[in-house]
Design a protein around this ligand. Structure first.
Ligand code: FES
Length: 144
């Protein structure tokens, strides 16, 4: 049911933890399943993401997608990170079963929420970044 990559990132998740004095922190939940994701970003003065860590009360697919998402955003600029969609994360993991696709939205939205926090703290606008939702169900309803 799950690809080898999903199992690997679930069993050995990368970048689990917190970043002290993070440049941006974002928390997003999914009221339907009760899962919560928190992302921490460390961003340097050139807007490059030096480090990214996550903590989750999430299912296996949420752990695997967050792990992959943190790997993908590291070293990217803020604008590049914004373009990393849950689809790209799923592709990097060789796919997810359809019932688990919503889990990958947690990681994407938590990154957006952390970027939003960073922008707010630094009084900057990140082009294309919308105010994040607290609950990804709101996005799912939009997409229905
Ligand atoms: Fe809730 Fe996967 S079932 S994030």
């Amino acid at each position: 049911m799950y690809s080898k990559k999903v199992m690997d990132h679930f069993q050995n998740p990368r970048n689990v933890g917190e970043i002290e004095n993070a440049s941006g922190v974002g928390t997003v939940g999914n009221a339907k399943c009760g899962d919560i994701m928190r992302m921490f970003l460390d961003i340097d003065e050139n807007g490059v993401i030096r480090d990214c860590k996550f903590k989750t009360f999430g299912c296996g697919a949420a752990v695997a997608t967050s792990s992959m998402a943190t790997e993908l955003v590291k070293g990217k600029t803020v604008n590049e990170a914004l373009k990393i969609t849950n689809k790209a994360v799923m592709e990097a993991l060789d796919g997810l079963p359809p019932v688990k696709v919503h889990c990958s939205l947690l990681a994407e939205e938590a990154i957006h929420a952390a970027l939003w926090d960073y922008a707010k703290k630094n009084n900057i606008t990140i082009e294309g970044l919308k105010e994040p939702v607290k609950d990804i169900e709101e996005i799912e309803e939009e997409n229905d």
